[in-house]
Write a protein that binds this ligand. Structure first.
Ligand SMILES: Nc1ncnc2c1ncn2[C@@H]1O[C@H](COP(=O)(O)OP(=O)(O)OP(=O)(O)O)[C@@H](O)[C@H]1O
Length: 311
């Protein structure tokens, strides 16, 4: 079943085209990763999906129905965790979650159970009587998440929930998302951190300048590009003749040297690590670490657009 569908969404801010015929399809049970560099249109697309922002062209359907600002039956089944923490300073952790949950769940007894479950879920039990001002950035994010998910929605939308959080809270947030997914929620997750998207998303769409540039599972995305292996060698110097020799190794696509790092990218099913190691030994070139990696989503982005995901 399709949970969210956007067809040819166009959103302009004056002359700037923020969404350029953006079509997305999120199926039930997916952790759908919307990955793109800063300014690529991730937040704009979420705001259009949620009818928080009007758009110039296109259509949004959620749970098979057209999404509109007053589509309350749809909204009741959506949980939103936005980039900026939005909680009330005057309310405690418990009261904040209870307030947001009360917008969807009027029954007090039922709500108490949901709020308690949300507090346990984000592990804020010992902070339930704290006011937001007393919480660290990571704990605040977790409170923000609890406020968005306490009513146990079918669809959860998280817009860069890990920006500027400490590694411990980041891991807790990512583990929490996986758990919500296991419990049956469909999740839309935006990020410009490709490692996170690789780690948790079952389906990924990469956008740039408001357009979809690639989509699929992480394996499918990596299979789209010609590169299959990236070898990095930390070395102080290498001559242009030596670079030419390295470029002649089988299957080498590029070999570049910058900032005391040599990076050799080779085609799929090439294994040049042993050959590169032999070359450095035979040429008596001193080197530090040498390692081989599989392509990342950044390499996918780089090969398709010619630029880094994180500029
Ligand atoms: N209210 C606005 N008025 C004018 N331009 C805007 C507005 N909001 C966003 N933009 C522009 O639209 C484009 C898309 O922005 P958007 O915030 O959707 O990108 P993003 O991928 O979410 O970026 P980030 O990761 O920085 O949040 C950017 O060029 C941005 O500068």
């Amino acid at each position: 079943m399709t949970i969210v569908e956007t067809q040819n969404l166009v959103k302009r801010y004056g002359d700037l085209v923020a969404l350029d015929h953006l079509s997305l399809e999120v199926k039930e049970g997916e952790i759908f990763g919307l990955l793109g560099p800063n300014g690529s249109g991730k937040s704009t697309s979420l705001n259009c999906i949620l009818s928080l922002l009007s758009f110039d062209k296109g259509e949004v359907k959620i749970f098979g129905k057209t999404m509109k600002p007053d589509a309350y039956s749809i909204k009741r089944n959506i949980g939103i965790v936005m980039q900026n923490v939005a909680v009330f300073d005057e309310l405690t952790v418990y009261e904040n979650i209870d307030y947001f949950c009360s917008l969807y769940v009027p029954d007090k007894k039922q709500r108490k159970q949901l709020v308690d479950e949300a507090i346990d879920f984000v592990e804020l039990g010992e902070f339930r009587k704290f006011y937001p001002k007393k919480l660290s950035g990571g704990l605040l994010r977790r409170l923000n998440i609890a406020c968005g998910i306490a009513h146990q929605p079918k669809l959860i939308i998280l817009d860069e929930p890990t920006v500027a959080v400490d590694p411990q809270s980041r891991n807790k947030i990512l583990e929490g998302i996986k758990q919500l997914h296991k419990q049956g929620a469909t999740i839309i997750y935006t990020s410009h951190y490709m490692e996170e998207v690789e780690q948790i998303c079952t389906q990924i769409v990469i956008i740039d300048k408001g357009r979809v540039i690639a989509s699929g599972t992480k394996e499918e995305l990596k299979a789209m590009i010609s590169m299959g292996e990236k070898i990095t060698v930390e070395t102080f110097s290498i001559s242009s003749d030596q670079m030419t020799a390295l470029r002649r190794l089988p299957g080498v696509i590029t070999a570049e040297y910058a900032d005391e790092r040599l990076v050799i990218k080779s085609e799929k099913e090439t294994n040049n690590l042993a050959a590169v190691l032999d070359f450095f030994k035979n040429e008596s070139i001193t080197f530090g670490r040498i390692y081989s990696e599989l392509p990342t989503l950044n390499d996918v982005f780089l090969e398709i657009t010619g630029k880094q995901l994180r500029d």
